[in-house]
Design a protein around this ligand. Structure first.
Ligand code: BG6
Length: 489
């Protein structure tokens, strides 16, 4: 069957993040990030962040938990840290890029590890080895006619900034980030044109814990404000360095539906969209805080440090495209929920009309069409889906083949959902699937939760040859790209 033909300029590709693929965590002068003191976990067992307390005892913290007074983050000898190895992309990027080219990628989304360029984060000048590494990667992409799409921050603030400055709760981080971003724009001018300032910036507010609520929300909204300012300043610098640069926000896109037609659920759903999704997109695309921000702050008794200069920067630093990830939808309700499902760091009521992955994420391609239509109408900006996919178990057959039909089925329906929105006039310019090669899961630290078109022979303890092989989905996606979406069979 011939399907919708995507525009010739459509950017087909795949996406990864430095901390989840590179490995080489302490090579060539790189400093550690939080992921380097984070152990593996599972769907049911949280990843632990390791530290030593003031008396020398080992500490195991979970995401969102604060480092106690006098303690410091530490790599413990008896623990395994999956991000230390990733899938060894730092040493194998040439091989991986050749495989992306074989699939016909037009674009490859990747991130720059902040602590590879600025090992502590507060240095005046970058680490030359780090700068050179990414130059080589971009040149390699260029040789294969693949456009890089670069995320400047993908969950990897240097650990030193977390420990010594309190991370993003500290305004100083704005300047450190801006220096890092400026270095990227200047060093890679001519090699990179597409940039994203912060990966899934809305996670800060969407997935936060509920303990000590007022304090959490105060810090979360404040940290977000500093990230907005940092992003807006980076956008202005990016445009000044090279007017050709196209810079996007990156929102974790989850489609929310009311669970019932109780007006209380309808209102709660609307407010969920505002808090979790629109809040960040509105600031980054429209350049100012929306009217409902006041309500959100009041609800949590939040008082923000916002200067007149910040507001000016937000106005001047709006993004060129609305860029987002999409995996799943969720239900919102004010009623008691007995059948809870959790996925993508969040949990909600089970939707009886949908199926769920082995990790509890809802399959909902219609939710993607819905999301695209809402966002295009709201912002009138070009859209790009920079993450989409499903993680599952893969089996290597005796002859080495890997029949990952579930990936193909997932992508086929989501590409159809994109086509539907585009036929209705939505300006979608690109699509990078998540984990085009198997990666270390951000949520659980597992590698067996496999997203890739390319299989990596490594397990959750780092055993394996790290050899790459092509799954069935590899050949399928190659055909999709070559036919510009018309052949999804
Ligand atoms: C997004 C992140 O939240 O989802 C990625 O930007 C992450 O870094 C992806 O890997 C999938 O989540 P997970 O937990 O399956 O790795």
């Amino acid at each position: 069957m011939s399907e919708y033909r995507f525009p010739d300029s459509f950017l087909w590709g795949g996406a990864t993040a430095a901390n989840q693929v590179e490995g080489a965590w302490n090579e060539d002068g790189r400093g550690p990030a939080k992921t380097d003191v984070t152990t593996g976990g599972t769907r049911y067992e949280k990843r632990k962040i390791t530290a030593i307390d003031k008396d020398g005892n080992k500490l195991f913290l979970v995401r969102g938990e604060k480092l106690p007074e006098g303690a410091h983050y530490a790599v413990l000898e008896d623990q395994y840290y999956p991000n230390h190895l990733g899938v060894d992309e730092y040493h194998r990027y040439e091989e991986d890029i050749a495989l992306y080219a074989e699939m016909g990628f037009k674009v490859y989304r990747m991130s720059i590890s902040w602590s590879r360029l600025f090992p502590r984060g507060d240095e005046e000048t970058p680490n030359p080895l780090g700068v050179e590494h990414y130059r080589k990667v971009f040149q390699c992409l260029k040789e294969h006619d693949i456009e890089p799409l670069v995320t400047i921050w993908h969950f990897d603030t240097p650990l030193y900034l977390e420990e010594h400055y309190g991370g993003w709760t500290n305004r100083k981080l704005v300047d450190f980030y801006v220096r890092f971003a400026k270095t990227c724009f200047e060093e890679y001018k001519g090699l990179v044109r597409y940039w994203l300032t912060f990966n899934e910036i809305n996670n800060t507010i969407m997935f936060m814990g509920v303990a000590n609520e007022d304090l959490d929300y105060q810090e979360a909204y404040q940290s977000l404000h500093y990230q907005f300012v940092a992003s807006a300043r980076a956008v202005q610098i990016g445009h000044a360095v090279d007017p050709e640069n196209k810079i996007g926000c990156m929102i974790c896109g989850i489609t929310n539906y009311p669970m019932t037609c109780d007006p209380k659920d309808i209102l709660a759903n609307r407010h969920t969209w505002e808090k979790n999704i629109f809040y960040c997109g509105d600031v980054q695309c429209k350049g100012e805080y929306p009217t409902y921000a006041k309500r959100l702050w009041q609800e949590r008794n939040v008082k923000l440090d916002i200067t007149a200069e910040d507001l000016e920067d937000l106005k001047k630093g709006t993004v060129d495209m609305y860029t987002f990830s999409y995996y799943m939808s969720t239900l919102v309700t004010t009623h008691e929920v007995t059948d809870l499902v959790s996925g993508n760091f969040s949990s909600g009521a089970r939707n009886e009309y949908l199926n769920y992955s082995d990790w509890g994420w809802a399959y909902d391609p219609d939710g993607l069409t819905y999301y695209l239509e809402v966002m295009y109408d709201r912002y009138h900006l070009p859209l790009m889906i920079v993450e989409n996919g499903v993680g599952g178990y893969d089996t290597v057959e005796a002859d080495g083949s890997i029949h990952d039909q579930y990936h193909i089925d997932y992508y086929r329906e989501h590409i159809r959902a994109m086509a539907k929105a585009m036929q209705d006039g939505v300006d979608l310019i690109g699509y990078t699937t998540w984990g085009c090669i198997d990666v270390v899961s951000a949520g659980t630290g597992e590698i067996r939760k496999r997203y890739g078109f390319i299989y990596v022979d490594v397990d959750d303890q780092g055993n394996g040859t790290l050899d790459r092989s092509r799954k069935d989905s590899f050949y399928w996606y190659k055909k999709v790209i070559a036919s510009n979406g018309t052949d999804l069979a």
